[in-house]
Ligand binder design. Sequence first.
Ligand code: SF4
Ligand code: MSK
Length: 653
Amino acid sequence: MSKIKDTTDGISIQDVTICDATAQMLKKAKRDGVETAFDRAASMKACPIGADSACCKHCSMGPCRLNSKDPYGKVGVCGADIDTIMSRNFARMVACGTACHTDHGMAILKLFKEVVNGNIKEYSIKDTIKLESVARSIGIEVEGKSVKEIATELYQELEKTFTQLEGEIPFAKRVPQKTLETWRKLGIVPRGAMLEVLETMNRTHMGVDQQYENLTRQISRTALADGWGGSMVGTELSDILFGTPSPVAVEVNMGVLKENKVNIIVHGHEPNLFESMVVSANSPVLIQAAKDAGADGINLVGMCCSGAEMMVRHGIPHAGNFMSTEAVLITGAVDAMVVDIQCIKQGLVKVADCYGTGLYTTNRQCRIEGATHIEFNEHDPLAATDELIIKAITRFKNRTAVVEIPKIVNTGVHGFSHEYINYMLGGTFRGGYTPLNANIINGRIRGVAGVVGCTNPRVKQDWVHVELVKELIKNDILVLQTGCSQIALAKAGLTSPEAAVLAGPGLREVCETVGMPPVLGLGACIDNSRILVAAAAMVHEGGLGDSIADLPVAGAAPEWMSEKAIAIGQYFVASGVFTVFGVTFPIVEGTKFHKLLFSGLEEQGMGKWGFTPDPYEMARLMIDHINKKRRALGIDKKSERVLVDMADRRQIA
Ligand code: SF4
Ligand code: MSK
């Protein structure tokens, strides 16, 4: 809980965040007369009809508003009923979220192709082992082929993820057989992501698909084109290009800013910009320029998902999650905030302006009124990133803002890629998920939960994430994390191996034996695809059923806010995972569409949605579900199987 008590005209700071650094900065913002999203959320009452998704503005006969208290009491001018209206709105959220991840994945694919063909020299293939394993996973023969040959075949094949008009996306080959059969039976195996988004937009136009069950199949197909398509391509090719994460100790929180250094924050999503920023920040010429300006050096720091990705891959310090991006500017210590795409609040412009901080957009797709645009081009990446660093040095030299940096730093271990989990649990010679599955079967680990997603000023920042995860690990549930949620838990100190003391006795024993935290940070929101790969590996390992829907697993996005989060939720549900969202859920309870999402999909062999804003209730729902799956697998009675430790491993070897 925040130690800072402050009630001001607009917001009661202790009610809006448990992040002490953010609270300190909100207090300073009040003194400085600066407004943030926390203030705007307090003064902007959410529209109750919109919150329930009970309105439609798809044509000019409307907009039409239905009554969420009496959802079947009236219909839109065209006759659209509540289920049509809500499912169309939901479909468009999924289409937008999928488009975001797909565009990100395509950008990485394009970069990969240019690197392989020698048209871009500034990046190279870093992980050839992963290149081969990804190629093999989709049926590409690698024996006797050069890196260039394998990489060429890989990009040609993965291009189908986006452009294919018929057939199944390449990573469908990674999906457990029974899960894939369910998808085939329902006709929801994605063809190509572009086509799925396009078809969803067509079917949600006025007067097209007006049968919510039919539309829901397309919703699932579109979301799966994100999780097993655009997102997975983005993650896998980024690993091949920039390195596959393995555990690294990282400092998180605003204390990573240094008063006497040129502080540069990179915020957004695509790693190519940040990778080039690292090269520029290490340039001896630019370091000397910083020193000549009176600084001790250049301090490159990440935020949001750009930061999460660079943190797990390279151990770059991280200053905070989505709801701290304005607050960090209030320190006065940020000499440049460099952004690319997604989750970048337009409100940053005003806050940056108040403190004389340069806010720089870099992607042609994302300009912000009032920000300075310095376009990043992968064919000459250093041109932009060197210039950005020079701008930051200039601001440092001319700093006039009063600097106040919260002296808070939390060190944790992050970077648990699927490949590393495989190695960590199974060892060098016997990599695999056997120990994880064995410990789930013997009951030391009750199950696995993915806790992911954003922070949202409609709820107390970080609080729902932290309370939920504490409850889960206390109940022997291993937690996998990505995105802004991972940063919330890092700030709460739960990503260090010492946090094992907070886990239940079974999980604690496993964590202490392996030396891992009970909360494993995997990366950015696009890296939720790593959780899908881990779930598929658990099924392939055996002993926990034949499909992802059989596994004792659950997911949650406790403080979600973006359409990307809805797409992620739907791809987990369609993959077979019970997924609980907090804050609010954009559907009227008790309607047919609600029943379909919250129970009907499970009856079809998939997962289902759940909702509660309360972290303890959320934990209970997830634990109950995991227990239900354990009973169905016949592993609800504790067995005497022992943990596979080093002695066991030697014996097996
Ligand atoms: Fe109203 Fe139908 Fe037009 Fe939607 S599509 S705005 S429900 S008339
Ligand atoms: S950045 S989508 S606020 S996790 Fe990926 Fe964070 Fe959510 Fe954006």
